[in-house]
Design a protein around this ligand. Structure first.
Ligand code: 5AD
Ligand code: SF4
Length: 439
């Protein structure tokens, strides 16, 4: 049986795509290996969001050149966002590459392999919801599952490559989503994360249209308190009263939101074409906290956007303090080809971006520690999952409804169970505690 080595970079959408690729290739009789030396097929599922991610792909790909010479019959393919963005240029640049497949064309992989294609290209844009809805997804976890609800993005923020790589926004029919979650419930999954580039604009283009909150209500009716539901990522402009109420009221929906702000400066938000200003973002935060006081809010921040001044950057630090985020991903701005920001004249130096990144990370550390210390002495509900232990063999691990990672000690704990844990220590990245009652 042929062996596949699959290497995945990037976001959760890519993780899910890799689980789909795995499902498609299992059906073709492939088995899986961690060792590229024994693979018959090496696939890189790639990310183009920042330059660094793209460079990682090229250097990994470069390291396979010798292997390709040694192993006759070895096929090497690139899929994901770099495949979509670079297309034919990849085949030109890497003569030993066999095929390039965009994120909307995963089902092209088996036919390409069957036909023994070398130098193949499948990067045509998908018009509708393009994913192999009926292909079996081979999930890595038996506790937590990703479910795609929409694809692509129409917002064209000036820094972002996603509308070019994943195409225009399209929503998956709600019946298909419900059926997939029904199946996951039957299989005993305990948590589902709904995925999309701007999840809360879900359903606008469907006929008949349906709102994201209506979808959440239908899912809640199906799963009740048997499952935890999360979603990522929403866009701040589409955070509504109804959504805040749903987070507060629906038993399945977790008190957690990842709400990318990107910058605290109105001038920069405007140049980013984010569609909201600082005040509007703060209003959304206040609305969420008013309805669901337990909510944990995390964010994405970009430092060093073209034209950003010291004052703009300070305004971002200031916003971080005002909101008191539970966590954040902070990135140095990275120019991406085809985006508007790449063509802006006032690009900043690496030195400035690096300095600001360090300052922002230091502040984040203090703020998330402060947020996490608020849990000291409290008892929280933890969904046990070894995956959250990150290789730590001694302690148990899992997550709270707020998505906080908890490490804890205690007897009789099983993966997939829900337990009560008393929190005794807090760090910026996780909580620590002791089991209060068995599951
Ligand atoms: N440079 C730096 N960070 C970026 N992101 C998206 N595009 C860029 C870029 N060109 C960040 C944003 C987004 C997250 C997924 O990646 O913060 O929310
Ligand atoms: Fe990119 Fe903006 Fe769309 Fe998010 S909303 S995927 S940042 S273009």
């Amino acid at each position: 049986m042929p062996k596949l080595k699959l290497i995945t970079y990037g976001c959760q959408a890519n993780d899910l795509d890799s689980e789909r690729i795995t499902g498609l290739l299992l059906r073709e009789g492939y088995t899986f290996t961690d060792r590229e030396e024994e693979a018959d097929l090496i696939l890189l599922n790639t990310c183009a969001i920042r330059e660094k991610a793209e460079h990682k792909v090229y250097s990994r790909l470069g390291s396979f050149q010798a292997l390709k010479r040694q192993r006759t019959g070895l096929k090497i393919g690139i899929c994901g966002c770099v495949a979509q963005q670079e297309g034919q240029a990849l085949l030109n640049r890497f003569p030993y590459l066999d095929f390039v497949v965009g994120p909307g064309q995963l089902t092209a992989i088996p036919p390409l392999l069957q036909a023994g294609v070398t130098r193949g290209l499948a990067t045509a844009r998908a018009a509708g919801y393009s994913y192999p809805v009926n292909a079996p997804v081979q999930r890595r976890s038996s506790i937590r599952a990703w479910v795609s609800i929409m694809e692509g993005c129409d917002r064209f923020c000036t820094f972002c490559v996603v509308p070019f790589t994943r195409g225009r926004e399209r929503s998956r029919p709600s019946q298909d989503i419900i059926e997939e979650i029904r199946g996951l419930k039957r299989q005993g999954y305990r948590e589902v994360t709904l995925l999309g580039q701007t999840v809360n604009s879900y359903g606008r283009k469907l006929t008949p249209p349906i709102t994201f909150v209506e979808l959440l209500r239908r899912i809640d009716q199906l799963v009740g308190d048997r499952m935890r539901i999360r979603f990522t990522s929403p866009h701040p402009s589409d955070v509504t009263h109804e959504l805040a109420t749903a987070i507060a009221e629906l038993p399945s929906l977790c008190e957690q939101i990842h709400l990318p702000v990107q910058s605290g400066s109105d001038r920069i938000l405007h140049r980013m074409k984010r569609g909201y200003d600082r005040e509007e973002f703060l209003e959304k935060v206040a609305l969420l906290r008013a309805k669901a006081p337990e909510i944990a809010i995390t964010t994405d921040i970009i430092v060093g956007f073209p034209g950003e001044t010291e004052e703009d950057f300070q305004t971002t630090l200031d916003l971080m303090q005002e909101v008191l985020f539970d966590g954040a991903f902070i990135f140095k701005y990275s120019p991406r080809s085809r985006t508007e920001a790449e063509r802006m004249p006032d690009q900043l130096s690496e030195e400035v971006k690096g300095r600001w990144l360090e300052q922002a990370l230091a502040l984040l550390n203090r703020l998330s520690l402060e947020r996490n210390r608020a849990y000291l002495g409290r008892t929280v509900e933890v969904l046990v999952n070894r995956e959250d232990a990150k290789g730590d063999a001694i302690r148990h691990a899992g997550r709270t409804r707020q998505n906080k990672i908890v490490h804890f000690t205690g007897e009789g704990v099983e993966d997939g169970g829900v337990v009560a844990v008393a929190i005794t220590e807090a760090t910026p990245l996780y909580l620590q505690g002791e089991l209060v009652c068995p599951q």
